[in-house]
Design a protein around this ligand. Structure first.
Ligand SMILES: NC(=O)c1ccc[n+]([C@@H]2O[C@H](COP(=O)([O-])OP(=O)(O)OC[C@H]3O[C@@H](n4cnc5c(N)ncnc54)[C@H](O)[C@@H]3O)[C@@H](O)[C@H]2O)c1
Length: 318
């Protein structure tokens, strides 16, 4: 049975990954951790440690005291925040990853690290972007992501650390709010559709990006870590996707349920610039072939579920 530490676990992905891991491996076997302390019952029903991922000592202490053998390293600054705070993004995204990999090397842990479609750049082929291709990102977030992919490959090749990971597209979810990324619009739009019947989008209406619903993102993280290593040609940074759409298209899928919904546009040049430098769609055939990746949700199924879940959530919170 694995004993797992999750860093940055109070964020958008960790809030749902921790309960899923606890269901699978047992609550006591999954340590939640973040630089923040949990509000209310956000830590869930298992152990929580306050850990700054840039501290070797704090990571090591948790790994030793909980006899951790697998780290899901989620702590990071996201794309829009990283553009506002590039120095902090370098320290946390790359410095934190280095510390996690060092502790993993010293104590024999496997490590899951999520990369992103932001690891691509304007010179990357933009349609059906291949698994192995040109990666010259122009944002600080993207630079830390591509360097992180290479560092994970290095730790595997040089030290035998069992590093694995995926390149996530934008993740849509209804539990924890997104942490300041370029694809946050695809979450906000559902909240505002229910609350106001209208939404002012910060990306242009024809901006096409890959996306994924959270249940598929969680499955991808668990499946790649459980994959038979003998079948993995790649290890880190598998392209994974479930759907791709534009703001116009997600608005149309919402109008199938809320016909009066109106989308307007107040374009944020920073986030538009980030989105324009990323692929329109990525090719995830390597993940499908090497470890059986297959998403469950398309845009229609996601919209139906998001609206149902959010209506219940917003009703409960009054
Ligand atoms: N959400 C997405 O759409 C998306 C897409 C692609 C990749 N990713 C990647 O997935 C991972 C998790 O993303 P998320 O959406 O949950 O992010 P998030 O911003 O919602 O959560 C990140 C968490 O990290 C914590 N954190 C920040 N600095 C820290 C530090 N020094 N030490 C420990 N914790 C710290 C924050 O408090 C936060 O709870 C990140 O690596 C991100 O780049 C996310």
């Amino acid at each position: 049975m694995k004993r797992i530490l999750v860093t940055g676990s109070l964020g958008q992905i960790g809030s749902e990954l921790v309960p899923a891991l606890r269901e699978r491996y047992g609550s006591d076997h999954v340590v939640s951790s973040d630089i923040r302390t949990p509000a209310g019952d956000a830590a869930g029903d298992g152990p929580f440690e306050q850990i700054d991922c840039t501290s070797h000592e704090q990571i090591q202490r948790a790994v030793l005291s909980h006899r951790v053998d697998t780290v899901y390293h989620l702590a990071s600054l996201l794309s829009a925040v990283a553009e506002q705070r590039p120095g902090a993004a370098w320290e946390i995204n790359l410095g934190g990853l280095y510390k996690v990999l060092e502790v993993a090397r010293e104590h024999g842990c496997a490590v899951f690290v999520p990369s992103s479609i932001a690891a691509f750049g304007p010179s990357t082929p933009l349609d059906r972007t291949p698994q192995d291709t040109i990666q010259r990102p122009t944002s600080m977030y993207g630079i830390t992501k591509v360097a992180g992919e290479l560092l994970c490959d290095y730790y595997h090749r040089r030290f035998g650390v069992d590093t694995r990971g995926v390149r996530y597209p934008g993740i849509v979810s209804h539990m924890a709010p997104p942490g300041g990324g370029t694809t946050d619009y695809a979450v906000e739009i559902y909240y505002e559709a229910i609350r106001q019947g209208r939404y002012a989008c910060f990306l242009k209406g024809n901006t096409r990006l890959d996306m994924m619903y959270m249940p598929d993102a969680i499955e991808a993280a668990i499946q790649v870590m459980e994959a038979d290593p003998g079948k993995l040609v790649h290890r880190n940074a598998f392209n994974v996707t479930a759907m791709n759409f534009t703001p116009e298209e997600i608005a149309a899928s919402i109008r199938a349920h809320i016909p009066e919904f109106v989308i307007s546009y107040e374009v944020d040049p920073v986030r538009q610039g980030l989105a324009d430098s990323w692929p329109n769609s990525i090719d995830d055939s390597a993940a499908r072939e090497e470890w059986g990746w297959e998403p469950s949700y398309d845009l229609e199924a996601m919209t139906k579920d998001m609206l149902e879940q959010l209506r219940q959530k917003l009703q409960r919170s009054g």
